[in-house]
Design a protein around this ligand. Sequence first.
Ligand code: DC
Length: 225
Amino acid sequence: MSQVNIAIDGPAGAGKSTVAQQVAKRLHLLYIDTGAMYRALTYIALTRGCPLTEEHQLRRLLDDIQIELMSGENGQTVYVNGRDVTREIRTTEVTNHVSLVAAYPSIRERMVELQRNMAEKKSVVMDGRDIGTNVLPNADLKVFLTASHEERARRRYQELLERGIRANQSQLGLDIAERDRKDSQREIAPLKQAEDAILFDSTGLTIDQVVDRIVALYHEMKERA
Ligand code: DC
């Protein structure tokens, strides 16, 4: 097996990014955070005053910019036209608008194309909402990572706190529920577990326990291949 692709999908706050990043590190694969790509476009649209209700304008904007993801010791850095926007794409404003941008068919079409191009060149661990169902339907291992609603809100709260942002945990819970609703109910490639994905509930588990389990699944899969 020369090239390997691992797909990790799941709802907001399930720990996908942290888990996917560590799995990639342990297995020496490239990590691709597809949510960061939708966030980067949303951020640039907001800063340039491109109306988020205008699909065609957003699509033109996407064609005009270059989004790059670079993995390093301190995690993944996101660049737009060479400018580091890693922090900017995590603001509440971007978080609350990204589902709208990610629901447009022509935006998804181009993003999926970009994501598939990345996975063609290298073995990847890719996380998102539609990786196992749509972007990489032939991925060697598919994981659908979830956690209880309370735990997801608590993790988001902690994550923000670590970045020096004090948020209201119950409001975060409401925001997460709203984003899940939009991501699951959109017409194109909604958040959904692929039929051949392994469902993994991470409630009450540490990141290391989840990473260990996925790495073990990967080795089992390789032995069978
Ligand atoms: O994983 P995240 O919270 O950074 O994702 C940001 C948003 O992008 C999320 O609300 C849904 C959307 N998204 C998507 O529609 N498809 C993906 N493959 C990844 C993210």
